[in-house]
Design a protein around this ligand. Structure first.
Ligand SMILES: O=P(O)(O)OC[C@H]1O[C@H](OP(=O)(O)OP(=O)(O)O)[C@H](O)[C@@H]1O
Ligand SMILES: NC(=O)CC[C@H](N)C(=O)O
Ligand SMILES: [Mg+2]
Length: 506
């Protein structure tokens, strides 16, 4: 899951983009980039690392201009090389930079088309570079010297026509403005907002509303599925539906794990969905195990805290922060490579012994994906003297790969793939394992916005909403992106064998 932001303001946007990316850092920790436009010149800085490490004062001083876009990356295609850091840039037509959250499921076919029919060169394995070139080609074929809003929207329609998968995009067209758009199912999130300044209205697009809040922008709303929002450099705003109507299916995993709880997505408060997730878990316990003997509920920080709290309140059981998190370690799930993930869980979390000793402890997490976290925490709880260790997941078993922007490419790496609940319980070493039911999870989110009755839930049920994902695609994805292949690819990058293009690292 990457984070994207775009701003059209009346003064320099560099600091605001930096701040927005910092607020969106939880969506991608691998690379960061900002591109701005100033007096006929595009300024760019991108590299691997956290926002605070990529942008130094010397970069910020040069990232001048009143319009710009930014990106924080969590790779789902290609390597972790700095050459794949975003935004990507093409010079024709107009000079376009683009930042993408999501994943295209037909990137391989499109790459061929781009080369053979559109006569375009791709420099990396990034699906986002593919998306940018499709957009550029669709604009170029209109042959306009100066693109009007209509033309930009026609370019977006062309993207919807050709690209499949999940995508939320911000793109900067040099001299003209910033466009934001979302895939026809609205799988990936995108919101926009407005801020009044002395010189007039300023606009911002971002993956999550929390970035708007932090910068004093008022949320206008979500970019609807298939809709595009174009803000000209002058500040004039245009909104247009650019795709045929399709099912509104936002990714439910945003509500489970990815998004910050203080974000509102598709009109749904992430915080409230997580509160409801905890309540549903408690109801399931009261229904199925009314005589449970849980002494204490302990969340696995950070993402499960809210659900664990509401679960404890509903059950009338003590809630205790029995695990302390080292605030300097990032999110482990989005780290590339299983060995980094494994090592980080131990560095990240430590148990407070007295909350475990001689107690029946119910550990709560938002989800169990590879099982890296829960296996180690259950061991930790036992070492701390727990009598019984129970485990609850606020999401159902994750059994299928994700193809829309979450790096879960390999079914075999998922602990619940091909295992029933009892087998997972035995594997993670818990005395009791409780999963949320999918219908309950869906209702926790749809209660926030009754207009959305279904979500993109493929990791739980294997139904891929774009309809183009078959076993052959999944097999290829698994072969390309399982942990071993990624390690191999990234080892080459580590040796410095790749040379980044458009990557101003001075
Ligand atoms: O089963 P696994 O493969 O371990 O994945 C699931 C875990 O990973 C995430 O935590 P993470 O540390 O990434 O972030 P958090 O601090 O936001 O909870 C998630 O919240 C679970 O704890
Ligand atoms: N997580 C994402 O949104 C990834 C975006 C894009 N597919 C990349 O790998 O850079
Ligand atoms: Mg976690």
């Amino acid at each position: 899951m990457c984070g994207i932001a775009g701003i059209v303001a009346k003064t320099n946007v560099n600091q605001d983009l930096y701040d927005a990316l910092t607020v969106l850092q939880h969506r991608g920790q691998d690379a960061a980039g900002i591109v701005t436009f100033e007096h006929g010149k595009i300024n760019q800085r991108k590299d691997n690392g956290l926002v605070k490490d990529v942008f130094h004062t010397r970069h910020m001083q040069r990232l001048l201009g009143n319009i710009g876009i930014g990106h924080v990356r969590y790779p789902t295609a290609g390597s972790s090389s700095p050459a794949l850091a975003q935004p990507f840039y093409v010079n024709s037509p107009y000079g376009i930079s683009l930042a993408h959250n999501g994943n295209l499921t037909n990137a391989a076919e499109l790459s061929k088309e781009l080369f053979q029919s559109d006569l375009r060169h791709l420099n990396t394995e990034s699906d986002s570079e593919v998306l940018l070139n499709v957009f550029a080609h669709e604009l170029q074929k209109l042959g306009k010297l100066v693109p009007a809003a209509e033309d930009v929207f026609a370019g977006v329609s062309g993207v919807h026509h050709r690209c499949k998968g999940g995508y939320a995009v911000v793109a900067m067209i040099a001299n003209y403005g910033i466009i934001g758009f979302r895939d026809p199912n609205g799988i990936r999130p995108l919101v926009y907002g407005v801020r009044e300044s002395a010189q007039g209205k300023e606009y911002m697009l971002a993956s999550e509303s929390v970035a708007l809040d932090a910068l004093g922008y008022k949320l206008i709303g979500d970019v609807a599925p298939g809709e595009a929002v174009y803000i000209e450099t002058s500040g004039e705003i245009h909104v247009r539906q650019c795709a045929e109507p399709a099912d509104y299916r936002p990714c439910i995993f945003e509500h489970v794990y990815f998004a910050r709880p203080d974000s509102i997505m598709d009109g749904i408060s992430v915080y409230k969905s997580r509160l409801r997730q905890g309540e549903r878990l408690a109801e399931k316990i009261l229904r199925e195990h009314p005589n449970h003997d849980i002494d204490v509920i302990v969340p696995i920080p950070d993402s499960s805290r809210i659900a664990a709290q509401s679960m404890a309140a509903k059950l009338g059981v003590k809630f205790r922060e029995g695990l302390v998190k080292n605030r300097y370690i990032g999110r482990t799930f989005i780290m590339p490579g299983q060995s980094a993930r494994k090592k980080s869980v131990k560095q990240k979390l430590n148990a407070i012994g007295l909350e475990f000793k001689d107690k029946n402890v119910m550990l709560v997490d938002d989800s169990i994906v590879r099982g890296t976290t829960c296996q180690q925490i259950i061991e930790m709880a036992r070492d701390a003297g727990a009598r019984k260790v129970y485990f609850a997941s606020a999401a159902p078993p994750v059994r299928y790969p994700n193809v829309y922007g979450i790096d879960m490419p390999s079914a075999n790496e998922l602990i619940a793939h091909g295992r029933d609940v009892e087998e997972v319980r035995a594997e993670i070493g818990a005395d009791w394992l409780l999963y949320q039911d999918l219908d309950d999870l869906i209702s926790c989110s749809s209660e926030g916005n009754p207009k959305i009755t279904n979500f993109e839930c493929s990791v739980f049920n294997g139904n891929y909403v774009t309809g183009d994902v078959d076993q052959a695609y999944l097999d290829k994805l698994e072969a390309d992106r399982n942990d071993d292949s990624q390690n191999e690819r990234n080892a080459v990058v580590g040796e410095g064998a790749l040379i980044g293009l458009h990557n101003d690292v001075s």
